[in-house]
Design a protein around this ligand. Structure first.
Ligand SMILES: [Zn+2]
Length: 289
């Protein structure tokens, strides 16, 4: 499938009544020198200051001009580094545009997956063009010293995928968690690409071990979060997982578990990309494979 076709399909999946303005990007201050660019695709984190811009993730290639306009509105300077939290196209689609002028940094497995054809369920994604490939890769961790703070990049194994990175802006007290965190909605766990529910919980716990009450968290999808929002997300995963495990133990089939739902408290969490039925299927697969 071509990128443009995939993109068209993603747009086609949106409700038809969506107003045009809702597809525009919006920029919000997070804390310190960090802003978030939200809208279509995964959330972008941006560091601005005397050194220029460092950007975390880049949505889809057709949004590159809009992203550039948002950077220009934030200040002067060049885009010096681009980080990828993981390989998915809604976080790395802009690599082929920005990678021509800026070094891209990511976990080894992000480069490996962008260089090769990827299959997820019945969906085939062709290799990304060479300009989109990360040129600096790491195993466990790497630090970038930029705009007066240490930007610590930490790999968390087998979480949303097999190449996730958490980005800690240590001076600004901001963390970008990529898709290890979907705030107020059920997460996508890419089990065909090495993701596991256990790894997502471990990533959340690793963040909570490094933060205080003032820390602001940029999730891969959803609004800017606090550590307490992350705790609620982890509680959702653990409670719904325990309920599905108990149902499996009692001999219930997936269809019965889906019909029973995930509980009243989490009813609105299925309104996003991952429905309640799909989240229950994810937990079921994770618990039975
Ligand atoms: Zn993702």
């Amino acid at each position: 499938m071509t990128r443009s076709l995939l993109f068209a399909m993603l747009f086609a999946a949106l409700p038809v009544a969506l107003p045009a303005a809702a597809q525009d990007l919006a920029v919000s201050p997070v804390a310190g020198s960090i802003h978030m660019i939200s809208g279509q695709g995964g959330n972008i984190g941006v560091s601005t200051g005397a050194d220029g811009f460092l950007m975390v993730d880049d949505k889809f290639a057709p949004l590159a001009d809009q992203i550039r306009a948002q950077l220009e509105a934030l200040g002067e300077g060049e885009l010096k580094f681009l980080l990828n939290t993981h390989f998915h196209g809604d976080h790395t689609g802009g690599n082929e545009v920005f990678g021509v002028e800026t070094p891209i940094i990511a976990h080894h497995n992000v480069r490996a997956r962008l260089m090769t054809e990827q299959r997820r369920g019945g969906q085939i994604t062709p290799p990304a063009p060479p300009a989109a490939w990360p040129v600096i890769t790491f195993d466990d961790a790497i630090s970038i010293h930029f705009n007066g703070e240490e930007v610590k990049v930490l790999h968390v194994p087998h979480a949303h995928t097999d190449g996730d990175a958490l980005i800690f802006f240590t001076g600004s007290n901001v963390v970008h968690m990529g898709d290890t965190f979907f705030n107020q909605r059920f997460p996508f766990v890419d089990m065909d690409s090495g993701g596991t529910v256990e790894g997502i919980v471990a990533a959340g716990r690793a963040v909570l071990a490094h933060v205080d009450d003032e820390t602001r968290i940029i999730p891969g999808h959803g609004p800017i979060a606090s550590p307490s929002d992350l705790e609620t997300y982890l509680r959702m995963i653990e409670e719904t997982r325990a309920a599905i495990a108990a149902g499996i133990e009692a001999g219930q089939r997936l269809e019965e578990l889906q019909a029973a739902g995930a509980g009243e408290e989490w009813a609105s969490w299925g309104d996003g990309f991952i429905s309640t039925e799909r989240w229950i299927a994810t937990l079921h697969r994770d618990l039975t494979e």
